[in-house]
Design a protein around this ligand. Structure first.
Ligand code: UDP
Length: 242
């Protein structure tokens, strides 16, 4: 294994995890301790190589504003429920990483005294460079946004090399691989092609932000062992959009 961080392709990264990735695929529990243990192990591998990591966590396993709106909630309240849910997921990830002796800091874009720190750019940079994993929760803290936007925004702010979007599939395909056996995985795509073909990579406003700031995005399978490690070492994994 590399111990020399000059051999790393990416030295500072944002990992975007959807809330859905925390669901237990068998018993459908909202928060799967087995996955959280696995995730912590995968993260430890790259932290041990001195990769600086920020995690932006979603909340699709608990609440999404849009879904609550459909059943009668006011959209602002619905989004606030979604925002709070990302903090719950952040606490869960934080807990399991600490159990694996990974140094972490849970930050939230909205103040939540006694539970986590409020997001502060200076402190985030300082803790990252001291090799703490920062968990960015509460999205950007405003309704009508998603955690994809938070991932791209935080990545630009902290000058991350890339946003790694962990999903349940291996990357972006020519068509749905579950429905079409002929579907092919793209190894790379331009921002322009993603927009032209209307490929669903992430929330559109987040994607445009990434494009405007030349922030590369890699879509990959978070459940595949060593995928994170392979990516930071510059090996081919998933789909790179740049
Ligand atoms: N949310 C929000 N503002 C933000 C981030 C999130 O209002 O900056 C709310 C929104 O309701 C969203 C929910 O939190 O649906 C969960 O986030 P997201 O949908 O991005 O979760 P994911 O799909 O990644 O699990």
């Amino acid at each position: 294994m590399f111990k020399n961080n000059r051999l790393l392709k990416y030295k500072r990264v944002i990992l975007k995890l959807s809330g859905e990735s925390l669901i237990n695929l068998k018993n459908k529990n909202n928060i799967d301790s087995f996955f959280l243990n696995f995730l912590s192990q995968e993260i430890k591998k790259i932290v041990d190589l001195n990769v600086e990591l920020g995690i932006v966590i979603g909340a699709g396993n608990l609440f999404r504003g849009q879904q609550l709106q459909k059943i009668g909630f006011n959209r602002v309240i619905a989004d606030q429920i979604g925002i709070l849910s990302t903090i719950i997921n952040g606490l869960a990830i934080n807990n399991f990483m600490n159990q694996m002796h990974i140094k972490t800091l849970l930050m939230s874009s909205i103040p939540l005294n006694g539970i986590c720190e409020t997001y502060n750019w200076n402190r985030a940079i300082k803790f990252l460079s001291q090799k703490n994993v920062i968990i960015f929760s509460a999205g950007i803290g405003n309704p009508f946004f998603t955690t994809d936007s938070a991932a791209c925004l935080r990545a630009i702010e902290i000058k991350a090399d890339i946003v790694l979007k962990g999903t349940q599939v291996d990357g972006v395909y020519t068509s749905d691989p579950k429905k079409n056996l002929e579907a092919k995985l793209y190894s790379q795509l331009s921002y322009k092609t993603v927009l032209k073909k209307e490929l669903k990579v992430m929330d559109l406003s987040a994607f445009i932000l990434a494009r405007d700031y030349n922030l590369p995005i890699r879509i990959f399978n978070i459940r595949k062992p060593n995928s994170l490690l392979r990516i930071v070492q510059g090996l081919n994994e998933g789909t790179l959009i740049h």
